[in-house]
Design a protein around this ligand. Structure first.
Ligand SMILES: *Cc1c(COP(=O)(O)O)cnc(C)c1O
Length: 394
């Protein structure tokens, strides 16, 4: 490990405040570090390892594909890309088409390009404004960082693209729509912002209003998507019909992939958008297998059972530590506990790791839990035993 720390410090740009641990292997919701210490993983690589670590079905599918071909570029047909698109669209229940990229930010860039092109061709004047929410998170590229409604992230990197407008909350969005607005982009459960679900009625009313105004409703499901909330999309849970949806984190089970999908099937023509790596054989083979596995555990009821059990244990944990936590938040396997103060949260995350359970922070004051959707009862039990030990020793 120390050699790796030295290498990292010498050759990798210091953009991450890394924890002092190096994981070397994993299995479902368990991890092992370079010293051989074992952990339960309640973070799954920030909602990425949706079917757990070292998933045999995903690994077998990838290995089989890679023994034939990994990459050809999008100048040619790619069988697993077409199949992944079909699986994603069918699981969503929406009449959409997909574009494949490599990350959440790239998916959201695609969404913003769709919105701008839609605003160009639709109507007399150019519509270009995209409304997003305060406390949102949409990515780290220059455009998606500007789309992110967090003033503190807009230092240093300007000038930024124009046209992003921030609403204080979901109820405030409609009042900001004007003749230049082409889209509204929101997370239904704000992830980085603190695991904050939006009010369902307010979202449904906004969706109706935007349809009337011919303004696109774009849902950033980079974190909420692919069954994280218990349904394939959080948009399914909210019972709305969005115009654009973006996916990334949980879709490839750890292989980088991003998708923007839309009902605007002919907004782009050949040459309007592209991505060299996007949708290649590796990432889309992984996505096909991940979606198959999760469709199966959704259909069998196992996913809901896992969610219910995790939630009941989280509720017990919350009740036992009301001196530290103020509320329980989230939907499905995207959950959190609000902590009374941020310093305590930092200590909890550190102590939890010492006790052998990996948890995350969101916003200033939220302990965030994003376990693998395939997490077992034993893993959940062990994780909460460790978490309790961590809390009791604060
Ligand atoms: C993580 C995240 C992103 C950015 O995804 P990257 O793959 O890091 O570019 C965008 N939107 C939401 C809601 C996210 O949680």
């Amino acid at each position: 490990m120390s050699n790796i720390v030295d290498l990292d410090k010498k050759y990798v740009l210091p953009t991450y405040a890394r924890a002092d641990v190096e994981f070397v292997s994993g299995s479902n919701a368990r991890l092992v570090d370079s010293e051989g210490k074992k952990y339960v993983d309640f973070a799954s690589g920030i909602a990425v390892c949706s079917v757990g670590h070292a998933n045999k079905r995903v690994n077998d599918a990838i290995c089989k594909q890679l023994s034939n071909i990994t990459h050809t570029s999008n100048l040619y047909y790619i069988a697993p890309q077409a199949r992944a698109a079909q699986k994603i669209v069918e699981a969503s229940g929406y009449d959409m088409k997909c574009f494949f990229g490599n990350s959440g930010a790239e998916a959201n860039e695609g969404a913003i390009k769709i919105a701008r092109k839609f605003g160009e061709k639709d109507g007399e004047i150019k519509r270009y404004k995209v409304i997003t929410l305060q406390h949102s998170f949409h990515g780290r590229t220059i455009t998606t960082v500007k789309a992110t409604g967090q003033e503190k992230m807009h230092n240093y990197f300007g000038p930024y693209p124009d046209g992003f407008v921030y609403a204080d909350n979901i109820e405030h969005v409609a009042s900001l729509v004007d003749e230049h607005t082409c889209a509204v982009m929101i997370e239904l459960v704000q992830g980085e912002g603190g695991v904050q679900p939006l009010d369902k009625k307010a979202v449904q009313e906004l969706a109706k209003f935007l349809k009337l105004k011919n303004v696109l409703l774009m849902i950033d499901e980079v974190q909420t998507g692919v069954y994280r909330t218990g349904k394939f999309l959080a948009a399914n849970y909210y019972e709305i019909e969005p115009d654009v949806v973006t996916l990334a984190k949980g879709l490839g089970g750890g292989v980088p992939i991003g998708v923007v999908m839309t009902t605007q099937k002919d907004v782009f023509s050949a040459g309007d958008h592209g991505s060299t790596f996007g949708g290649n054989f590796l990432s889309t083979t992984a996505a096909c297998e991940v979606v198959d596995i999760l469709n199966e555990i959704y259909d069998s009821g196992e996913l809901q059972k896992n969610i219910d059990y995790f939630d009941s244990e989280l509720e017990k944990f919350y009740t036992a530590h009301k001196d530290i936590f103020t509320s329980k938040v989230g939907i499905g396997m995207m959950c959190g506990l609000r902590v009374k103060d941020g310093d305590t949260l930092t200590k909890i995350i550190y102590r939890a790791r010492e006790e052998g359970v990996i948890v995350l922070k969101a916003g200033r004051d939220t302990l965030r839990l994003l376990p693998a959707l395939t997490i077992t009862k034993e893993e959940i039990d062990e994780g909460f035993i460790s978490l309790n030990r961590a809390l009791n020793s604060l």
